[in-house]
Write a protein that binds this ligand. Sequence first.
Ligand code: F0G
Length: 459
Amino acid sequence: MAKFPIEPFRIKVVEPIKKTNRQEREQIIKEARYNIFNIDSEKVYVDLLTDSGTGAMSDNQWAGIMLGDEAYANCRNWKNFERVLKEITGLKHIIPTHQGRAAETLLFGTLVRPGMIVPNNNHFDTTFANIMEYGGDPQNFVDEPGKDTEIFHPFKGNINIPKLDTFLAANKERVPIIMLTVTNNSGGGQPVSMENIRQVRELADKYHKPFFFDACRFAENAYFIKTREKGYENKSVRDIVREMFSYVDGATMSAKKDGMANMGGFVAVNDDWLADKLREKLILKEGFLTYGGLSGRDLEALARGFEEVLQEDYLEYRIGQVRFLGELLEEAGIPFLKPTGGHAVYLDAKKIMDHIPQNHLPAQSLVVELYKQGGIRSVEIGSFMFAVPDRQTGEIKYPALELVRLALPRRVYTNSHLFYVAEVIREIYGYRHQCKGMKIVAKGESSLRHFVAELEYIE
Ligand code: F0G
């Protein structure tokens, strides 16, 4: 087997990208108030902001787009979407939404009440904010290896079972649902083992709680189980996925990731009562039961995408490409979260920007520098995203890690792009101590402030 498997596809359509110079970019990022969400995408050279909705579709998916049936109710593409997801997950009710956070709104809006606590390995930003929105308290229980960027552990996304058990014993009245994010995006795109999933199931049974996946990257997670967990090496990814879902009562998913399309999501559940409640909300908030905010053509692209993501040569290439970028950084001596995860490389900004304290947003300073030096757009997953004041005490809780995520869109960039990215990071590493800390100067109040806040350097 090749160390880095080549792309199991060839390129049929290309989209030009344009380079700017450093002087132009300094002006652009200043005008963007040092928030990379404000930069025009045309002014970005290599866009690693997210792997969400940014992938390239296959010719088979584009062909499916032409077969979009845009009838209001029961279009044929919905039938395909529902059938494929039922086959893959084994879950009973499939409820389509326009993206992941809409699925979260339906689920948490139904189950979460003020004062309730929702445990997870790590909540992602929208999950976190959606639970807060309904007065809930999102809490993270990722196991210790997941908080360390250096030590090697095959499943750094695992939840800490004894801690979760103790927590549930003390708070069971306040917990409406247990979540588990596969792979663990905020914790480095790290996978969760089948054993850990099974153990969470046991706790869910012990305390009579529903157990749900945040399943955005379920196929990438399954591939890690196949390649890292004993007993799974000869199983197909499809069978592993089926087993993963056999332990949960439901899932929310942003299909913009492992759905291999540009838009979409769903919530899936086994419970009939909950399905009815979710469907009532769906009609109110998203659309009719068989389209949920999506066009027929979107549903078709997704139905085909869910099949493609399970192809093992694709997953081998996908995970290999992330590892490839990791190895380039390793050769250059750059600190990053190891081992590399499923969809992104996460730079360890605490170590790279070791001269900037956490309250001066070291990871955001690195995000800005990546843009200035190379036109690379990344995203901060650290204090800018998560260090918001506690609702009761007002005290700011800093996250364990300060990360800069370089997310790889699916089937979009080649390894030459990644050579360039690694080179830019190597240059910055050489002069990193010249980079200054940052502060929020406007729009910092929201729990999703990283999308909108304005920043300046601390002089
Ligand atoms: N859960 C996880 C684990 C996610 O990574 C995301 C989105 C969502 C839920 C929400 O899904 O965007 O479709 O509403 N993550 C993207 C990212 C935005 O860049 O990681 P959505």
